[in-house]
Design a protein around this ligand. Structure first.
Ligand SMILES: C[S@@+](CC[C@H](N)C(=O)[O-])C[C@H]1O[C@@H](n2cnc3c(N)ncnc32)[C@H](O)[C@@H]1O
Length: 206
C-alpha cells in the first residue's frame, strides 16, 4: 500500500476548519440524533477491531463491504490491511457520517455510500462488483425496525462469494437467530476489552 495514502488522509484531517467537530463529536451527535440506529455511544476499541478482523484472508480479498461504519473506526484498519487493488465500500444510513467519511478518508480504494445495508446488492452492482469477499457489520440488529435485520442477513448471504464471511459485532446474542437460517457455520467469541463488551460472530458461506 503506497505510503502517500495515509499521509493524505492525515492532511485532510488536519485541515478540518475550526468549529467543525472531530470523529468523536460527530459520533456523539449521531447517537443523540438517532440512538436506536447508532446503538452505541463509543466507537469500537482497537482490541475488538484486531480480533474481529483476525480471520480475514487479505490476500484473497478483492471487495470488503462494511455496514454501519459510523466515523470510520474500522475503515482505516481495513484499508491498512487490504491489498492495493482491493476495494472497501462502507454503507451507512446516517448521511452526516457518510459526509464526514468522504472528507476524512482519502484513499482511491475507498467509497462511502449513504444507504441501507439491506440494499447491498444494488450498491455493490452500482460500483461494478458482482460479489463481496467479506461483509462486516456493526449495525445494531436488536434495535433495527421490524424485518430489516432479516433483509440484511438474506441480502448479505446472496452477495457473498462462496468461502466468504459475514463478520458481526453486537452487544447481544440476538443476531445469531437472524443469521442462522442463512449460514450453516458460525464461529463465536466474546470481546471484553470494549465498552460495552461485544459478541463477535464470523458466519461463513460454504
Ligand atoms: C454502533 S455504530 C458502529 C460504528 C462503528 N462501526 C464502530 O465500530 O465504532 C452503528 C452504525 O450503524 C449505522 N446503521 C444503522 N442501521 C443501518 C442500516 N440499516 N444500514 C447501514 N448502516 C446502518 C448507524 O448509522 C451507525 O453508524
Amino acid at each position: 500500500m503506497p505510503s502517500s495514502i495515509p499521509a493524505a488522509a492525515g492532511r485532510r484531517a488536519r485541515t478540518r476548519p475550526k468549529g467543525v467537530p472531530g470523529p468523536w463529536g460527530i459520533f456523539f451527535k449521531g447517537f443523540v440524533k438517532h440512538p436506536r440506529m447508532v446503538g452505541s455511544i463509543i466507537p469500537s476499541s482497537d482490541a475488538l477491531i484486531a480480533r474481529m478482523l483476525g480471520p480475514v484472508d487479505w490476500a484473497s480479498c478483492k471487495l470488503f463491504v462494511e455496514f454501519g461504519p459510523g466515523v470510520g473506526t474500522f475503515c482505516r484498519p481495513i484499508l491498512d490491511r487490504m491489498a492495493p487493488d482491493a476495494r472497501l465500500i462502507a454503507i451507512d444510513t446516517n448521511p452526516d457520517f457518510v459526509r464526514y467519511l468522504r472528507h476524512a478518508i482519502v484513499d482511491p480504494r475507498f467509497a462511502a455510500v449513504s444507504g441501507s445495508a439491506a440494499d447491498v446488492e444494488t450498491i455493490i452492482a452500482d460500483h461494478g462488483h458482482e460479489a463481496a469477499d467479506y461483509v462486516l457489520s456493526g449495525i445494531p440488529f436488536s434495535t433495527l425496525p421490524d424485518g430489516v435485520g432479516e433483509s440484511v442477513a438474506s441480502a448479505t448471504h446472496r452477495v457473498l462469494r462462496p468461502g466468504g464471511a459475514f463478520l458481526i459485532y453486537q452487544v447481544t446474542t440476538a443476531v445469531r437467530d437472524v443469521i442462522a437460517p442463512h449460514f450453516a457455520r458460525i464461529d463465536h467469541a466474546m470481546e471484553w476489552w470494549n465498552i460495552p463488551p461485544e459478541q463477535l460472530y464470523w458466519a461463513w458461506k460454504d
